[in-house]
Ligand binder design. Structure first.
Ligand SMILES: Cc1cc2nc3c(=O)[nH]c(=O)nc-3n(C[C@H](O)[C@H](O)[C@H](O)COP(=O)(O)OP(=O)(O)OC[C@H]3O[C@@H](n4cnc5c(N)ncnc54)[C@H](O)[C@@H]3O)c2cc1C
Length: 463
């Protein structure tokens, strides 16, 4: 490969206590948690709104937050969903039981409302937000980050800070630091395919949905099977999450896997966006032709961001694995508890893959009502790093557990924990990879996190 040495003097910005890269559910919760505890926080995002996949990716439903008995995901995520609901931005059929009690139940919402609530919560917490700002390089030595280099309309800048959180979904900052990461497709045989989501309008829900409380769209599976058998689609993908009701006439559509796309390769990502837009038209035509109540469906828009499910995962102090998950393991240093099935979408459109997905998602990889597994602190810390945390989709787990914890409520819990841990380090001089986790858990509980473990430990669970 030919190379070019890129050298220039750039402005140094003021120093922050904490810089959070990425404003999805993990980044927003990290920034809000730290801001509320009095830290001077900068939150940057590559696009022009907060919410990440939930807004820019049009993934407008929160995954299950309860286990049929109690609400597991509380804290900042609980507050976000309550506020979104109180302001009328959840689906018209949604009640507080959706996130506070029900088992295996999604909470659909309107992306515009979600963006507003996050803007307000960040402002109230004193978080400075910079949009259209991308982290592009890092100044780090001895497993300590000194500053990051960002780029936006003002050019390049160096931002010094004492603590850093990588909430980019793709572990961009952690990878720039040279910390070990696992890449889907490079370190694993497969890449879970992404989906370019859409918003659809002009739906007559009274005919499109038989069960009015149902939030997903398995109602439409029989129509999908018929269309595939008719040769209607350009592929034979039987796995379709489908429509999520977000208003009396609108839905978010999660349909159309872009197989073999690699989110860490710009050419592949660009081709994937083109393919995603083509697929959105196929699904629009399918709904109009096959699904009652959708004859007049209109396509409002596709998402600005590709709906990437899998790219990088960090190698953390702990790697949460499927044995922990199946054992419903509880950890003294767990920063969240969760009950969401292992949801690894089909790797291709073969019948074998669809059978594998159904078996895993509906049976083998699903916890029962009343159960939960713990998410330990160590999955947020790149091994040995002093002032860097990596929260959300790119936290440290095996592929199967990633299929459960990659979703928005879990990402938010991880973010709240990372932001709280960063402030603990600022105040005590502790470091990320050697944090007093008993202190962290007590502070998270004061922040309304539901952490039922009775025994706490001063040190984290390690591999
Ligand atoms: C198609 C699809 C459907 C899904 N369905 C659901 C669902 O129904 N319910 C659910 O709860 N979850 C769902 N998920 C999972 C969930 O949306 C994401 O995994 C979750 O949002 C991850 O949160 P995060 O904070 O880690 O990252 P993200 O939400 O991806 O946010 C990352 C943010 O970082 C920013 N960023 C990236 N690179 C940089 C950079 N270099 N500099 C600055 N900023 C950067 C991005 O712009 C983005 O805003 C779905 C995911 C996909 C892809």
């Amino acid at each position: 490969m030919k190379t070019y040495e890129f050298k220039r003097q750039i402005a140094i910005d003021k120093t922050y206590d904490l810089v959070v890269c990425g404003g999805g559910p993990s980044g927003c919760s990290a920034a809000i948690a730290a801001g509320r505890l009095g830290a001077k926080v900068l939150l940057i995002d590559a696009v022009g709104c907060l919410g990440g996949m939930g807004s820019s990716g049009l993934v407008t439903a929160f995954d299950p937050m309860a286990n049929g008995e109690v609400g597991l995901v509380r804290g900042i995520m609980g507050e976000i969903v309550q506020r979104v609901h109180d302001r009328g931005f959840t689906g018209p059929h949604v009640t507080p039981e959706f996130w506070g009690k029900k088992y295996h139940c999604w909470t659909p919402f309107n992306a515009e409302g979600y963006k507003l609530i996050l803007d307000e919560m960040c402002a109230d917490a004193g978080v400075e937000v910079r949009f259209f700002t991308r982290v592009i390089d890092v100044d780090a030595a001895n497993k300590t980050v000194n500053g990051i280099i960002i780029n936006n309309i003002e050019g390049h800048q160096y931002i010094p800070a004492r603590m850093f959180i990588d909430a980019t979904g793709d572990a961009v900052l952690t990878d720039l630091c040279g910390a070990a990461c696992r890449e889907a497709g490079r370190d694993t045989p497969n890449i879970m395919p992404p989906t370019l989501c859409s918003v659809m309008s002009h739906i007559d829900w009274s005919r499109a949905q038989r069960d009015q409380t149902h939030t997903g769209a398995s109602d439409q599976q029989e129509y999908l099977n018929q269309a595939i058998d008719d040769g209607f689609f350009s592929h034979t993908d039987r796995h379709m999450p489908g429509l999520f009701k977000i208003s009396p006439t609108m839905a978010a559509l999660n349909a159309g896997h872009v197989f073999k796309m690699n989110a860490l390769n710009c050419r592949s990502l660009s081709d994937g966006m083109v393919r995603g837009r083509q697929l959105a038209q196929e699904y629009l035509a399918f709904y109009r032709k096959y699904v009652p109540g959708c004859e007049k469906m209109e396509h409002a828009t596709t998402a600005n961001l590709m709906g990437v499910r899998e790219s990088r995962r960090i190698v953390g102090e702990y790697e949460l694995n499927i044995h922990d998950y199946l054992a419903r393991r509880q950890f003294p240093d767990q920063i969240g508890v969760f009950n969401k099935a292992v949801d690894i979408h089909v790797y291709d459109d073969s019948p074998e893959e669809y059978a594998r997905f159904c078996e895993e998602y509906q049976d083998r990889g699903r916890l029962h009502p009343g159960e939960c597994f713990g998410i330990p602190y160590g999955i947020l810390v790149p091994k040995g790093w002093q002032n860097l945390w990596t929260a959300g989709r790119c936290a440290s787990s095996d592929v199967q557990v990633h299929g459960s914890i990659r979703v928005q409520p879990a990402a938010s819990m991880m973010g709240q924990a990372a932001g709280t841990a960063a402030v603990q380090c600022l105040r005590t001089g502790q470091v990320a990879c050697d944090l007093n986790t008993a202190q962290l858990i007590e502070q998270l509980r004061r922040g309304d996190a539901y952490l039922p473990q009775s025994d706490l430990s001063q040190t984290m669970t390690r591999c």
